[in-house]
Write a protein that binds this ligand. Structure first.
Ligand SMILES: N[C@@H](CCC(=O)N[C@@H](CS)C(=O)NCC(=O)O)C(=O)O
Length: 366
């Protein structure tokens, strides 16, 4: 039996970038297999039941799907320097940043890809799906495959009236992260936390690798680009090196990013929770649909509409579990952080009934 993991994914894929960065940093032997049409047909659909990447197959042949579950399963099997900081406040901050990267930065990521890098991305989809086809054929296949993703950019909130706000928010975030990386190599010290892996999903495949977005990042935030390179590249620094800041400290330079997360994403999570709770009350025991209508959101003072994503609440539940489990003294320190970042809405969040992940959506926990 091999001791190698197989990662089925793609360079152009958001969540593959997250898992790839983790496997490399953790030093886990693995082979990455591009998810072309044959891999979807022969591996992903039979093993997972629906089309998605990334998928990891373990040396024992088990299938892992969903970047968060993949990382959790591998953390469990491979002790060593953890990606979940042992300090409870850093732990909470890292989960909030993972949630922000996974479920909110998808708005600028999809916007820049489909509204500034569209032709390039369609060609990339075609090259991935049909590597042996001629470029024209790849372009045709790519255009077809890309259609739902391009539409998703608008459904996630990047409708034309919101483009300026999405770009203003993203460029401001780049500035905040760039100032942070002037002082620290990673979000919480000299090694990555789950928050770094969450942010590198959007910040690699879409915002670094897509040409127009990569140019923007390198121009506005060269230190963010260097952090992305460091997160994605094998080689130095050696795997699993680095440490979290001592004393469970949250660096001051990270506070603007956490404030942004609370300001932008938390109102949407609150409204999602209300809608999910109402839906669950009306359809007891049933899995939730992947999207639950549309709701309003605000970004940089502009009002937009976006789909309600029950899945985001499963990610939030992880952070809420960590918060609720805190011992009183740690809770006090966490509350002090939350007060500094406008996180009272998180502290007093009205949780929906307990959720479990169900593929790309969620269902009531048993
Ligand atoms: N939340 C999942 C999502 C995986 C995901 O959205 N993957 C994208 C590519 S990066 C995909 O295959 N999407 C298919 C779809 O949305 O139907 C994760 O963390 O892995």
């Amino acid at each position: 039996m091999t001791n190698r993991y197989t990662l089925y994914g793609a360079e152009i894929s958001y969540f593959t970038g997250k898992v790839r960065a983790y496997l490399r940093w953790k030093g886990l032997p693995h082979d990455e297999v591009p998810a072309d049409a044959q891999v979807y047909r022969e591996v992903i659909l039979p093993r997972v039941g629906f089309p998605v990447i990334p998928v990891v197959v373990t040396p024992a042949g088990e299938t892992l799907q969903d970047s968060t579950d993949i990382i959790d399963a591998l953390e469990h099997r491979h002790p060593g320097p953890p990606v979940y900081p042992p300090g409870p406040v850093q732990h909470l901050a890292s989960l909030l940043l993972e949630l922000y990267g996974d479920e909110w930065l998808v708005i600028p990521a999809m916007h820049y890809r489909w509204h500034h890098n569209r032709e390039w991305a369609m060609q990339g989809f075609g090259e991935l799906n049909a590597p042996a086809a001629a470029p024209d054929e790849q372009r045709r296949i790519g255009a077809k495959l890309a259609q739902p993703f391009a539409q998703a950019a608008v459904l996630l909130g990047a409708e034309p009236s919101m483009h300026a706000a999405v770009e203003a928010s993203y460029e401001a975030l780049l500035g905040e992260l760039d100032r942070h990386f002037a002082r620290h190599s990673h979000l919480l010290g000299t090694g990555p936390s789950i928050g770094d892996f969450g942010l590198v999903g959007p910040l690699y495949a879409h915002q670094y690798r897509d040409p127009a977005s990569g140019e923007l990042m390198k121009r506005l935030a060269p230190r963010v680009a260097r952090w992305v390179e460091c997160m994605q590249r094998p080689g130095p620094p050696p795997p699993a090196s680095g440490a979290f800041l001592p004393g469970d400290e949250i660096p001051d330079t990270l506070l603007p990013v956490l404030r942004r997360m609370m300001r932008e994403q938390m109102p949407v999570l609150e409204d999602s929770a209300r809608r999910v709770a109402a839906r669950m009350a009306g359809h007891p025991g049933e899995p939730l649909p992947r999207t639950l209508g549309m709701h309003a959101f605000e970004l940089e003072g502009c009002q937009g509409q976006r789909i309600v994503r029950p899945y985001s609440l499963w990610m939030l539940q992880r952070a809420r579990d960590a918060y609720r489990a805190l011992a009183p003294a740690d809770r006090g320190r966490a509350d002090a952080l939350l007060a500094r970042i406008g996180g009272e809405r998180f502290a007093h969040f009205d949780d929906p009934p307990r959720l479990r992940r169900d593929g790309l959506s969620v269902a009531p926990a048993a």
